[in-house]
Structures are given as structure tokens and as C-alpha cells.
Design a protein around this ligand. Sequence first.
Ligand SMILES: Nc1nc2c(ncn2[C@@H]2O[C@H](COP(=O)(O)OP(=O)(O)OP(=O)(O)O)[C@@H](O)[C@H]2O)c(=O)[nH]1
Ligand SMILES: [Zn+2]
Length: 308
Amino acid sequence: MIQGRVIKSTGSWYIVQTENGPVSARLKGKFKQKDLKLTNPIAVGDKVEIEKEPGQDSVVIREILPRENYVIRKSTRKQHHSHIIASNIDQALLVITMKNPRTSFGFIDRFLVSTESFRIPALLVVNKMDQLEGEDEEEWLQDIHEIYEPLGYPVLEVSALKDKDLMEKFSPFLRDKSTLIAGHSGVGKSTLLNVLVPEAMQETKEVSDYSAKGVHTTTFAELFALEGGGDLIDTPGIKEFGILDIEEHELSHYFPEMREYLGQCKYNNCRHVNEPGCIIRQKLEEGYIHPYRYKNYLNILQEEDTHR
Ligand SMILES: Nc1nc2c(ncn2[C@@H]2O[C@H](COP(=O)(O)OP(=O)(O)OP(=O)(O)O)[C@@H](O)[C@H]2O)c(=O)[nH]1
Ligand SMILES: [Zn+2]
């Protein structure tokens, strides 16, 4: 038995990184997953035990070690099923831009709610800093710093295209960690990845390939080792992570600035919308909770409600 980590998955076979290099392996038998209905039994980031099949050249995955965490999204093909995007993640890095395209605060907050719900720390990377100009954009950037840094989300400013010292900028944040990269299409994830992991170049191109049947292949996450230790998990084609089914009154648990006041509202199932004796509304009025964040809280509450 050899242990390794899944760095790539095509849905039917997997590449497992082991001490002695990458090994291509298949899955044999069924794996029971507790509590989760999954469309994929194994995800990138999984730690597994592999073994050579007796009398054959092929390698099979025998065991999935317990996952520390994972990010999932709802399956688009199977109702009530989820697709694990990646597992055993130390942090999530959201690439955002002030223009071409502008990342909205709504998108950022939805992302942060999902990473909070998966208990994964997040950091924000403002890319395309070379394009920053004008008051409106300065204001956007200042809001980003003012809103997110006090909540514990570091904000980094980079230009994937122009910076000559990208690796130095990133390495204190990335070293020895498994970091998931996410962001809107066009914010520069591939550009960034190609600077940080030059070998990724070829790989990222494959994503848009069409399968033999002429249908667009499902895009899978892929894990790339960083030279100085740690790795990056690319999630091509994945715009948003799911939010695990959460109850209305639980959403505020995923807003760090609300979390500290929870339990202090008059009603213990308070949704913090218009209930009397609501501490969150009070803190909003006192300026301890940012109005943008509260607005997005209400939006997410409403969206989740319509899903129910
Ligand atoms: N000016 C400027 N342009 C950038 C920067 N980083 C990336 N771009 C450009 O932005 C465009 C999109 O970059 P990509 O790296 O393909 O973006 P992506 O996030 O991988 O997009 P998807 O693959 O669609 O998810 C390309 O034309 C890049 O050259 C930057 O720092 N400054
Ligand atoms: Zn309340």
C-alpha cells in the first residue's frame, strides 16, 4: 500500500502524486460516503491509498483517507446530489478585479459565505492593478480594504501581467499550504497560475477541449505543486461554490462580523431582518456592520429562501 494525493481527475481515472512521482490509478469497488450524495467518489486533493493490482500493471485506489474539508457544488445532472470540487484545502484565494470585469461585492460575499460554511480561510487578491485609474476605481479598492481586512480576509494587490516579483508577493501566503484559486471568468486566474506554476501552462489549455462525443467535457479541478512547497488548486469553469444547505437563522454564522453577537437577539431563531430586539440591526445602525455586507446578507437570505 502506498499513500498519495489525487492531483487530477478525469472522472474515470486519477493521477495520484506519491513520494516516487505521479501514478495513474483507477477506482475499484464502491466507496460509501457518509451523509453526502455525490456524483464523484474521489476529488482532487483527496489523500488515498493505492496498490498494484495483483498480476497486472494497473494501479487501483483502495482507500480514501478522511477528508479534512472539501468544497462542493450542487450537481447539475442529478437532483439532490453534489459534486466535490476539491478536498483537504488550507485556504481559498479569490481573484477579483475592479474592471474588465468588475467583481461585485455580492459575488465576493457569496464566495466568502461558502468558504466560511466549509470552514476554509479565504484571501482576496486584487489583480490588474496596472489598470487602476480614476476616483471610482480608487474608491472600489479602498472599500475592499476597509470592508474585508477587519473581518480577517487579507487583501493582496497584484498585476499578474506586469509584476516582476509575484512569487515574492505570494510566497508568504502560499508556502506549504494547499490553496484553491477561484474567481470570475477573465479576472486573470490562468495568467496568475502560469506565472506561479509555469508547468500549468499546457494543462490549462486542455480545459476547453471537447470530448469525442462532441459534448463539452466537465471541467475538473487540478492540483499543481509550488516550487517552494505547497500547491495551488485550479478550478477551471467553476464560477461559484455551493452553500451547504443552511437554515435561515444560520446564515449569520458565516458572517464573521455577525458571529460575535449571535445569541444576543431577543428571538433565538432571529433572521435579523425586521424582528424586534435584533442585535444585528442594532450593530448595523451603530456602524459595526458594514451596510454593503448587510445588504448582501439579505440578498443571500432571499436567494436561499427561493431555493427552498
Ligand atoms: N492589464 C492586465 N490584464 C491582465 C492581467 N492579468 C490578466 N490579464 C488579462 O485578462 C484576460 C483574462 O485573463 P485569464 O488569465 O485568461 O483569466 P481567467 O480568470 O483565467 O479567465 P477564465 O479562464 O475565463 O476563467 C487576458 O487577456 C489576460 O491577459 C493584469 O494583471 N493586467
Ligand atoms: Zn437578530
